[in-house]
Design a protein around this ligand. Structure first.
Ligand code: FAQ
Length: 349
């Protein structure tokens, strides 16, 4: 884990000469210089530090999109919880889907440190004003899809997210450390599930191959548009929010997957995949970016269904949020404390 630096008070927005209106132009220049120096020195930017508005906005955009992906990403796999083939598989899948909800919580929490509320972000998701990952707009047609999601989707997520543990913004970087640990279990359970299928009957092997055929290309799209079309990459890399470009990470993922597919006894659906001795990487075929654009526009196979389900879940959960708020308000007003009653309850037991 990257060491956490304590922000120097002089980087804080509320400096001794700060006014209610914020810093004047000269002070702002000095704050900008300090921010740039902190980023260059690999220090962490913390919530109370001064930061450029565009840096804050970029983080809110990326973290919100990431958080939304985690909670929308619960749906495709949750579709298989009731039909998992054994109690063991059901327990594993339930734990995984719950982990994704937890990841959403850490990430909404990280976004809140930037001054946006969770409600505001959820409203934007529900109104289609903020994105979530394209990958979750594809259907899970068979049990093998649960394995393919674990192996490929979680695998792509880890490849993309391990460098985010070194993101310049402290709360996001720290949330990513825990998320990546959990994601690597998810990836292994997917691989192990596929391994069980490929060692099974012909029908099970065919089901595993079919799932990999359908999830391979959408997984490559998770890394975002090619570098020359990526609107935010250059700036995000300067700010050390992103550490690698979309294409670099996509290539890293392909290089990791090819030998793993071989070990599984599965093929990847790309006739142009071949080892390039000169580059020291696997060459791969052209991605259908038109499909990616259509999914982002809302025209993927499951976009409507995913958002409708999310909105319904939010509405159905209103009573839980209200009850939790009422409970918190009661305790804040000095209501009964659990610690006062617990010993008596224990002594009666
Ligand atoms: N889907 O300029 P760039 C998971 C948008 S979590 C949808 O390259 P950037 C765990 C992008 O937002 C998966 N939109 O953007 C799990 C921007 O639009 P905007 C999510 C995409 O931010 C597993 C526009 O295109 N992971 O899987 C996509 O520099 C299993 C231009 O793109 C993260 O969010 C896409 N694939 O780079 C859960 C990781 N790609 O905002 C359940 C953190 C791009 O201007 C089950 N995020 N766009 O309207 C990132 O690393 C970056 O945001 C990228 C995009 C790499 C996704």
């Amino acid at each position: 884990m990257t060491p956490v630096t304590t922000p120097s008070p002089s980087r804080r927005a509320e400096g001794p000469s700060g006014t209610a209106e914020g810093p004047g132009p000269e002070e702002e220049q000095a704050l900008q210089a300090r921010f740039d120096a902190a980023v260059a020195a690999e220090e962490r930017i913390e919530p109370r530090d001064w930061m450029p508005d565009a840096y804050r906005a970029t983080l809110v955009r990326q973290i919100a999109q990431h958080a939304h992906s985690e909670i929308i990403g619960m749906q495709p796999e949750a579709n298989w919880i009731t039909r998992a083939p054994s109690l063991r598989r059901k327990a594993i899948l339930m734990a995984k889907v719950q982990d994704e909800a937890g990841h959403g919580l850490y990430l909404y929490g990280a976004a809140e440190t930037l001054g946006v509320s969770r409600q505001e972000l959820l409203d934007k998701l529900h109104e289609g004003r903020q994105k979530y990952s394209s990958i979750f707009n594809y259907p899970t047609l068979t049990w093998a899809d649960v394995g393919a999601i674990g192996w490929l989707v979680d695998g792509a997520a880890i490849t993309n997210q391990v460098p985010l543990c070194r993101c310049s913004y402290g709360p996001y970087a720290r949330a990513m450390v825990r998320i990546c640990k959990e994601e690597s279990f998810h990836q292994r359970q997917g691989y192990e599930l596929l391994l069980a299928l490929t060692r099974g009957t012909d029908a099970q092997r065919a089901m595993a191959q079919d799932a990999v055929d359908r999830w391979w290309w959408p997984s490559l799209m998770m890394f975002g548009p090619p570098d020359d079309e990526s609107a935010h990459s250059a700036r995000s890399m300067e700010w050390k929010i992103k550490r690698h470009s979309n294409d670099e990470l996509r290539q890293r993922f392909v290089d990791i997957c090819v030998p793993q597919a071989e070990a599984l006894g599965l093929s990847l659906p790309d006739p142009d995949l071949r080892w390039n001795e000169e580059r020291g990487h696997w060459d791969f075929g052209a991605i259908d970016w038109e499909e990616f654009r259509q999914v982002l526009k809302g025209n993927g196979p499951c976009n409507e269904q995913r958002l409708a389900r999310r909105r319904a879940a939010h509405e159905n959960g209103a009573w839980v949020r209200e009850a939790a708020a009422a409970h918190a308000a009661k305790h804040a007003a000095g209501g009964p404390r659990r610690s006062a009653t617990a010993p008596a309850a224990r002594s009666r037991a």
